[in-house]
Ligand binder design. Structure first.
Ligand code: FE2
Length: 492
């Protein structure tokens, strides 16, 4: 077993940092066109739409935002029909986006350090937040929803991407209640007659933290909703599910709000990682009648944004997660475009084995290559599974931008890799099962790749069974899409 505290070796860069940087240019334009410039062949049985979300603006009226996580959400929709593809993008017209675009200046402080012009005096005690709707986009209950974890979803027209307004999910969300950006879909929920359920959560942080769990039926109706209190401040971005449980990792952090209150930095920059404190695994029964059976297990320190999957065997839960040695800091003075990847810790894939009877936790590194943004076959969510796909660095050691896709076979240990290095930079892969597919990896891996040579983005389609062979189709867009966050595929 490797150790989380092992240092990454510094390797020669397989990319030019100036190339990487250009992918973070704003894309203020909105497009609508059939994609004509294609290498290879779009599989004719790939039918549906890849919706993607991410920060589209890295400046407002020429004023740079401090961190991409503060950027206004821009939705891209790549629709596949009859072996052809269509591209469309639209900004989520949030109230803050409309106000700032009209004023052509920054009117809201960002969680990750974006400040209004005028120094600390202009920012002190302004605690308003802008719902930037920039993290995920899902289709559920007949609604296309842009998500941002600290607030309510924005509903969009799935065809035109027009913003229809804030959506409280038919009254499920009360005023002020949030809806996280990482819902999980249980393909066969025991709480919903074996039908699929969307399971999501919300965090209300404070001296103690309230975790709200939502479970929604395919028509968007509420299956159940329940609150749980956990001690201490919690910064939780993602979670995992099994048929019986929701699993959260409470990273060891403390929050000192004073610099934020006094206008010196963003709230997210006041979160300090505590390397000498344990991470807590919080295991909450999905059945609200079993709410008293909540378990808290301590594991060795580390920081997790994203989980791959979890599953149960007897009284044990296996949890697969992308772990960092510590929380990558957001320096109030530093420009994210100047990030030196070689001095940061890589995200690496770990498996945690949580014993609910004894409280014992074992852990093992599964993949040391720098990776993020895992995706699996949707039918395996919450169940034992064999294959996963990750955005991955080109080289096997050290930290670096994602430049390709890594397929991991958990049964045999085999790996497959396709990389767009040296001039291509990757985002999140999304696995799309082939209709009537005959195995867990029978499908396609869709991914946006920024091509720094042309300053344009490509939609890449890989065969899920054979990632090594490279794209079966590469669709060249007419423009670039700034590096994004998450997306989903819907049969629309
Ligand atoms: Fe995320």
């Amino acid at each position: 077993m490797q150790n989380l505290t092992s240092k990454p070796s510094k390797t020669e860069r397989p990319y030019d940092p100036e190339d990487w940087k250009r992918g973070y240019g704003s894309q203020p334009n909105e497009y609508d066109y059939a994609i004509a410039d294609i290498d290879g062949t779009i599989p004719p049985d790939l039918e549906g739409t890849l919706f993607r979300n991410g920060p589209g603006l890295l400046d407002i009226g020429g004023l740079p935002i401090h961190h991409p996580f503060d950027g206004d959400g821009m939705i891209s929709a790549i629709a596949f029909r009859d072996g052809r593809a269509h591209y469309r993008n639209r900004y989520v017209r949030t109230p803050g986006y409309l106000e700032e675009q009209k004023a052509q200046t920054i009117r809201y402080r960002g969680v990750f350090g974006t400040q209004k012009p005028g120094g600390w005096l202009a920012n002190a005690f302004d605690l308003r937040t802008k719902n930037i709707a920039n993290t995920q986009v899902i289709y559920w209950g007949g609604k296309l929803l842009a998500l941002w974890e600290a607030a309510q979803p924005h509903r969009l027209d799935p065809e035109t991407l027009e913003t229809l307004g804030i959506d409280d999910l038919g009254g499920i969300l009360e005023p002020g209640e949030a809806f996280a950006a990482h819902p999980r879909i249980d393909p066969r929920s025991q709480f919903n007659g074996g039908e699929p359920s969307l399971v999501n959560f919300a965090i209300k942080p404070g001296l103690s933290t309230t975790i709200t769990i939502y479970e929604l039926a395919p028509d968007g109706g509420l299956v159940h909703k329940h609150d749980h209190s956990v001690p201490g401040f919690a910064f939780i971005h993602d979670f995992a599910i099994t048929p019986n449980y929701c699993i959260f990792l409470q990273n060891p952090v403390r929050f000192n709000p004073l610099p934020y209150l006094f206008g010196l930095c963003g709230a997210g920059q006041c979160i300090n990682f505590q390397p000498n404190e344990p991470t807590r695994a919080i295991v909450i029964p999905r059945d609200p009648k079993r709410r008293s059976h909540k378990k808290v297990l301590e594991i060795e320190s580390g920081f997790v944004f994203h989980h791959v999957n979890a599953f149960e065997t007897g009284d044990e839960i296996y949890l697969d997660s992308i772990c960092y040695e510590s929380l990558p800091g957001v320096d109030p003075q530093a420009n994210f475009r100047d990030t030196d990847f070689t001095v940061l810790e890589p995200g690496q894939l770990w498996r945690f084995n949580l014993n609910l009877t004894t409280g014992e936790v074992k852990r093992q590194m599964v993949e040391s290559r720098c990776c993020e943004f895992p995706t699996i076959h949707p039918d395996r969510m919450g169940r034992s599974y064999r294959y996963l796909y990750l955005g991955a660095a080109h080289q096997p050691e050290g930290n670096a931008p994602l430049q390709g896709v890594l397929k991991v076979d958990l049964e045999t240990g085999d790996r497959q890799l396709w990389s767009a290095a040296p001039r291509g930079f990757a985002g999140e892969p999304v696995f799309v099962p082939r209709p009537d597919g005959n195995s867990e990896d029978d499908g396609w891996v869709l991914m946006l790749v920024y091509n720094s040579e042309t300053h344009q983005s490509d939609v890449v389609i890989l065969d899920g069974k054979d990632v090594n062979q490279g794209p079966v189709a590469r669709l060249h867009l007419k423009h670039h899409i700034p590096y994004g966050l998450h997306g989903t595929f819907a049969k629309l």
